[in-house]
Structure formats: C-alpha cells, structure tokens
Write a protein that binds this ligand. Structure first.
Ligand SMILES: Cc1cc2nc3c(=O)[nH]c(=O)nc-3n(C[C@H](O)[C@H](O)[C@H](O)COP(=O)(O)O)c2cc1C
Length: 158
C-alpha cells in the first residue's frame, strides 16, 4: 500500500471535534478528540478512541466513564486552550467553567450540548484504544451549530 494514498484516503473521513472529559483519583482532565462516533440507537452507544498511554486513556480505563462536550462552530479558541498544559481549579479548567453530573467528568458551561458515558466494552488494538460508551446522561445548554473539525484546519487521522 502506498503510504501517501493511505493518508489521503483516510483524511477523507469527516469529523467533529469534541472536548472529552475524564477523571480518576488524581483529578479531572479533558482532551480534544475527533475519533468519536455513535454506533447504536438502542442502547445508545458511542465509540471513542483514546491514545494509548495518555493520562486521558488511563483515566477512562480506570474510571470506566467519560463525558463528551459538543462545542459550537467558531469555538476553535476553546479547543486550542486544551492543547497546552492547563490549570484546573475547583470549577474551571483552562479558564472554562465546568460542572459535574452523573459520571463526575467535566461538563463545560460553554459547550453547546453534552453527554456522559459508561464504558461497556473496549478494544485494546493499535496506538489508540477504543472504548464503547453507553450514553447514560445528556443535556443541551443552548441551540447552535456544532463544531466540525474541517473549519479548525486541524488534522488527526491518516
Ligand atoms: C485535532 C486533534 C484531534 C485529536 N483527537 C484525538 C482523539 O480522537 N483521541 C485521542 O486520544 N487524542 C486525540 N488528540 C490528542 C489529544 O488531544 C491529547 O493531546 C492526548 O490525548 C494527550 O492528552 P492527555 O495527556 O491530557 O491525556 C487530538 C489532537 C488534535 C490536535
């Protein structure tokens, strides 16, 4: 297989870009992720791929839960705030206010919508581990157009 063609073909997959919230005894965390898709209506399931060995992946593995924050078109600044190391205070992460609900993972006030998942299965293959999450809680903060990865100019895939 030609590596360039493989990269180009895989970059034809279109994505959203989300803030995924995680937790463990050491505290709360959030990372920018695009490897996410719904996989079942009933029960409502999503698949998330988390980079093996990262704090986030280890937190999902140990806590068995994660949250997904759906950002609004135009919120690239919020995405970028999570690329560098950031401060977590009582109710703010990287300066963005959050609260917790069912899972204890961060839910950002400035996100458009959110849902929380309980891990019901996993596939530890490749450099990202796949977690199948059953959606156990969901909410809508306001109406708006969800952020698409394309508009940010970022790539993660290929
Ligand atoms: C555009 C973009 C998309 C990303 N998508 C994912 C993803 O789907 N899964 C993932 O584990 N990391 C993804 N990352 C990397 C994470 O944002 C993060 O850097 C990594 O998981 C380490 O985070 P941690 O050390 O806080 O756990 C992406 C990075 C960028 C720039």
């Amino acid at each position: 297989m030609d590596a360039k063609l493989k990269k180009s073909a895989l970059r034809g997959i279109t994505y959203g870009l989300y803030l995924v919230g995680t937790k463990d005894e050491s505290g709360l965390n959030a990372f920018v992720g695009n490897f996410l898709t719904q996989t079942s209506f009933e029960p409502p399931l999503v698949a998330l791929a988390a980079k093996a060995g990262t704090r986030s992946q280890q937190q999902i593995a140990s806590s068995g839960v994660f949250s997904v924050n759906v950002l609004e078109s135009g919120q690239k600044d919020m995405v970028m705030a999570f690329f560098k190391s950031f401060e977590t205070e009582d109710n703010k992460m990287a300066g963005f206010e959050f609260s917790t609900e069912e899972t204890g993972c961060p839910i950002f006030k400035e996100a458009l919508r959110y849902f929380e998942c309980k891990v019901v299965d996993k596939i530890e293959k490749g450099d990202h581990f796949i977690y199948i999450g059953e959606v156990i809680n969901a909410g809508v903060n306001r109406e708006g157009e969800p952020l698409a990865m394309k508009e940010t100019g970022f790539y993660y895939g290929g």
